[in-house]
Design a protein around this ligand. Structure first.
Ligand code: AMP
Length: 143
């Protein structure tokens, strides 16, 4: 069972520090984000400690993802939100602050002002094929 005694989310999962836990099973814990982007903002974490999704076994991420439909339905009902963003910051360059894998479920309402559009780019001629080739080579090598 990977765990990190200095990790705040490991400590929440173990009940060592308080959190508003709304769901728990053998593999995952879901609780209210203490600084919500909107009321009802949830975090769902694996009980075991992995900093990044790329370090977690697929079964751990599968267990985490499998509770998202239930949590999302609960969020929409409980937080009276017609929509939500499912967000996972992976790595500090992507904005990850707590280095324990977590998915955010962020309630969204029309006109809530949170925004979500990023500056999308475009591929120069041929670059998408090259990028696709690189991905296919990597994935076919069994990585
Ligand atoms: P991220 O930037 O994706 O790492 O998000 C970490 C999230 O954890 C932030 O939204 C914080 O508000 C939240 N957070 C940090 N400490 C706690 C805590 N003790 N209880 C609940 N949420 C927390």
């Amino acid at each position: 069972m990977p765990t990190d005694p200095t990790c705040i989310f490991c400590r929440i999962a173990k009940g060592e520090i308080p959190a508003e836990i709304v769901y728990r099973d053998e593999f995952c814990v879901a609780f209210l984000d203490v600084n919500p982007l909107a009321p009802g903002h949830l975090l769902v974490i694996p009980v075991d400690h992995y900093a990044l999704v790329t370090q977690a076994p697929p079964a751990v991420i599968g267990a985490l993802a499998s509770v998202v439909p239930r949590l999302g339905a609960a969020l929409m009902q409980t937080a009276s939100a017609p929509a939500f963003n499912l967000l996972q910051n992976n790595g500090s360059d992507a904005g990850q602050v707590v280095q324990h894998v977590h998915f955010h479920l962020i309630p969204r309402r029309s006109g809530d002002g949170l925004g979500y559009r990023w500056n999308a780019g475009a591929y120069p001629q041929g670059a998408a094929r090259e990028m696709g080739d690189s991905y296919r080579r990597f994935l076919q090598a069994g990585c």
